[in-house]
Design a protein around this ligand. Sequence first.
Ligand code: NAP
Length: 545
Amino acid sequence: MTNQTQSLEEPATTVQPDVDAVVVGAGFTGLYMMHRLRQEGITARGFDAAPDVGGTWYWNRYPGARCDIESMQYSFQFDEDLQQEWRWTERYASQPEILAYMGHVADRYNLRRDFTFDTRIEAATFDEASHTWMVETDGGEKIRTRYFIMGVGCLSAPIRPTFEGEVNYKGEVYQTSLWPKDPVDFTGKRVGIIGTGSSAIQSLPLIAKEAEHVYLYQRTPNFVVPAQNRSLSDEEVALIKSDYKGFRAKAYAGLTAFLFPRHDQSYFDLSPEERRIRLDEQWEIGGLPFLGAFNDILFDEEVNAEVAKYWRSRIDEIVEDPKIADLLTPDEFFGCKRLCAGTNYYETFNRDNVSLIDASNLGIERLTETGLRAEGVDYDLDAIVYATGFDAMTGSVTRIKITGTNGQTIQEKWADGPATYIGLTISGFPNMFNMVSAGSPSVLATMVTCAEQHGDWVADCLVHMRDNGLTLIDARPEAEQSWVDEVNRASQHSLRTRCDSWYVGSNVVGKARVFAPYIGGWPPYVQKCKDVVANGYEGFTLESL
Ligand code: NAP
């Protein structure tokens, strides 16, 4: 660690930036970026709308919130001491534990010092004459910076549908993605949960344990497999820690940058008996790794249908009422939406105090003074929980008024879908870096690993700029177009593009339908980022004032 604070070397110009970089977001990406900038002696200020570090993990504190990537991998690897000293308690970390970890990282590297909290970035405008950005906060502060670095997350712009009659409703209202800090007590209450994504799937079983009655309003069912979460034993932690570097290196070499039992075998390579044994084994492993049973689940429709049949056979073993099991069965490709990892989700529908409400026809028609009306029926509710998701991948960027060259806004630029060069830069928005977002593996890899790879790439780039007296870097339009073509090409092979989901933006009215993350795999992506640098920042225009 270094405490250097020297500024980037500036050529003679009348307009001088206040800082070298502004970093937006104090989640995994922003924290690591700040750490790297400091190591390089690059001055930076960070901002976050929350009162503390954590990013999406600060806000998503609903009951049952938990990560679906194993904790030993959903954590930083840049410092061996850090990864050796932190002890994860469960296979999949709960939100409080992840937040504690992020707080620990912030303390350990003294990162809060450079962040201003409770402050939202509202606008950023590029000044072509001085090669700087003017960044504006909701508190009215203006900061001139050479580089504008976005670490705003893929799943951090919450959406909540508006229903007629909302103002009349007298009960309590909660949103999973903006959950209050103080515990919520549902004891003795009638609770309505809207949504069946991961957030609802994780919170329903816990809310049902407390509440008098829970109504789950389901517009579209989701595939859920058991998370098979458990405590981590000292032995398994010690085993990984005995060669944490080697473990990380193996993960890094894999398609998703995290390790899980994945069989590089087609469904058709196995006999029917072997297939069943394999599926049973992967079911016991649970969660996202279930998709590792065969290598063609997400590519071959027939295989996908067979896996969905297997899934249904397991659900029939759990759900007592076959009509409810029918209702809970999706009519789409298995794993097309992000596969949900649940704990007691299907079991919860066997409880007397839980009702699954099919809201797929008329839907939720309106809120009333005492509850809501759905599918022609009035429900009295003491509390309504919106688990209605996010304007994913791009929403946290486009909610900021960002204006690049020639007065073009990011909303105009991305009207037909996110266009990026290597998922890190946007042509026409010089000196801006948009990290762990559209156009990179982001949500398909381990976000934390992606945050580190992006942080290193950006830090190295800014050092290159400084060392060469450069003041502007912008992706060339043709380089961006060829990356957009590659992102689209890669997604065409996967069944993941063939259903409505937040991956393609279909959960937001009016949003262009584009598969936003790069699905071509982690190693080719990392190689591309390296090649760009090795070829002298190929695809970029570099200038100095
Ligand atoms: P989501 O998957 O987008 O689910 C939103 C739900 O709200 C959907 O079921 C949607 O129904 C429903 N909905 C939206 N508007 C509605 C309306 N007007 N009426 C009725 N239903 C409505 O959101 P999420 O559950 O927050 O999860 C998003 C992502 O965050 C996950 O896929 C995951 O990547 C991440 N996440 C991860 C974890 C974890 O690590 N385990 C936990 C939580 C979240 P339709 O499907 O019909 O649109």
